[in-house]
Ligand binder design. Sequence first.
Ligand SMILES: *Cc1c(COP(=O)(O)O)cnc(C)c1O
Length: 390
Amino acid sequence: MSVLFSETRAAAPVDTTAGENPEILAAGGILTVDLAALRANYKLIADALSPTRAAAVVKADAYGLGADKVAPQFYAAGCRDFFVAHLGEALKLQPHIGKDAVIYVLNGLQPQTEKLCADNNIIPVLNSLEQLRNWAALGKTGNRKLPALLQLDTGMSRLGLSEQELKELLADISLLDGIDVKFIISHLASADNVQSPQNHAQLERMQAALKLLPHYAVAFSNSGGSFMERGYHFDLARPGIALYGGAPQENAPNPMQPVVSLQARVIQCRTVPAHTLVGYGGSYETQGETRIATIAVGYADGWPRHLSNKGAAYYGAVRLPIIGRVSMDSITLDVSALPAGTLKLGSLVELIGAHQSLEQVAQDAGTISYEILTSLGNRYHRNYINDILA
Ligand SMILES: *Cc1c(COP(=O)(O)O)cnc(C)c1O
């Protein structure tokens, strides 16, 4: 595979398809994932957090980038703690990382999955007393304490023990006797915004709860929290988006290396006169004579339909605005800024890369980098570069 699919660097414009692999040309675009950048991002966070340990959140197929490819890179960089959302994701991930790594399931423990979870040495996050009792009950049948994380809701109202449930637990602390609690965890709702008073409010609630509980290790921070002051770090942090090159905090410089670049294939070029309608619904009308290139990426590839008549592609440093609606399988670009004939059938334009960051795309689309990444889809030719494990 690695010989057949030669490395394609994202930034360099390609003017000809001569000599290119037909299997690559057969896809509408090329999604390049820089595995060295993933490792560097993990190391940057792990070093900054030390002695706090850094986990890697690899839920949603490692934010859309392929957990089977991505997780081994974090493992190679020293990571031994992996978080996914579902037990199903944990079971799929397990063969791809070393046996000394631990996988935790954030979404909790579903009834009747307890044995599957325990038999595979997956560690659930217990989000309620019901889940805690079910896990303890299974442990009792085998005369052992099963490992788990215990999540407290400190103000997000999404997952974890409510204040009422915490009170119940404190009233009967023996409930914990049957569980090997590895970490008490909670999750920050506004860590992307250092200014938000919610951060400190959640930290205070966490500290107050910890005082009432027996002493356990603590895991508290996501990417944003990992870049806040020490008090937020505790024993284990759970960065996700920052590992994939996303900005951990908004309105602050992004210290992470870009991981993803995306190129789209030109499938047709045309020149149309002024007052020509473009795309579904005729939502764009040309002002003057306009050169249009159609590219083979659409909303089915995770390019948001919200970018209709908004946002752009790039050819080198030249901005090529999206005109008309984003279709399922294609997008029309105004390429009038390029000399005639520059783009040809099979040329590549940049959608994410040196000239247009993931964050910029997310901002143009009115969403967050997480949603762009996890939507990218399966139709691209995926090019994993700088694999030290290959
Ligand atoms: C997704 C998630 C993370 C990672 O968050 P990022 O913002 O991507 O760093 C950490 N903890 C929990 C509970 C999560 O759901």
